[in-house]
Write a protein that binds this ligand. Sequence first.
Ligand code: ADP
Ligand code: MG
Length: 343
Amino acid sequence: MADGNMITVEQLVKVYPGGTQAVASIDFTVSEGEFFGFLGPNGAGKSTTIKILSTLLKKTSGRVSVAGHDIDKAAMEVRRSIGVAMQEVGLDDLTKGRDFLVMQGLLHGQSRKEAQRRASELLELVELEYAAARKVGTYSGGMRRRIDLISALMHSPSLLFLDEPTTGLDPQSRLAIWDHLQNLNRQGITIFLTTQMMEEADRLCGRLAIIDQGQLVAEGTPAALKDQQGGDVINITIQASTDEERGRHLAEALAIVGGRSYVSAANATSDGLSITVQDGGAAAPDLLQLLSEKKIAVSNLAVASPTLDDVFLKYTGRQIRSEESSGDEMAAAMRPWMGLSRR
Ligand code: ADP
Ligand code: MG
């Protein structure tokens, strides 16, 4: 990896037998140590890409290098350097958690002692020691994901591929997995993750690409992608005892606020103002003080950031949410207590 790239993909194309073009000539790189994400709706080509990169599926054309090895010329070396946790988890319900891990270690050529040591270390990492002697069949969904995740780490790979690691999990299990993944990345493991969840991509990924119909439509840090949307929206509710007073205060407030240099747009709403600014956190105190000086009472102020949903909409003309799996309804329910807001 002379160029520092853990993954290099050039003009990757996948056409399935039957003619479906799942990946339509994509290019991207992932640097060593990055937490990189593919965000896209169902059928976008995420699983196809991750399977090709992890040598589980043959590409139609293009060049792919993973962990410093060309996937065509050195598939074995690639496999030794990577861990893979796929969407469809095939765990044997009758195997005990620890035994399952040790078996994976043995398959990777570790001695029993070595495998046992590594299994203990990983069980501790994801707080599963307490259930290590139980059969996997007794595990909850979240526990199964965790055991699957650490089984991919038995041989200490430097790169981890995760295909929708939290789809279908309850909010609490999802948060636990997110914590573990951030932890692994902090320890130096490069992570390539796919997701249909904007919140997941936003929270975990240092950089991400939005994929739709086999093509990459946008790429960047979550912040940069959202910044392209033109800043924050501040919604202010104005308090008044009569409609006449409200109308008067609204007109006055609109004139004052609209005159601030950092305000790019200000509009009246049914009970107040909607104001677009570059940085909502910085603008809010100043706006409140201005209105207070004019004796205009404010009963509520809310700052809403643009979401990756807005970004997806801008590039594809569709909302990712409408096509999301049931797993994401939970994410929607979680949004308020995660401190995320939507316009
Ligand atoms: P995602 O993981 O983003 O949901 P996939 O990579 O699974 O998307 O699928 C991309 C496209 O390729 C879809 O149109 C899907 O129907 C098609 N596809 C996936 N697997 C196969 C297959 N084995 N044979 C034919 N078409 C497939
Ligand atoms: Mg998939």
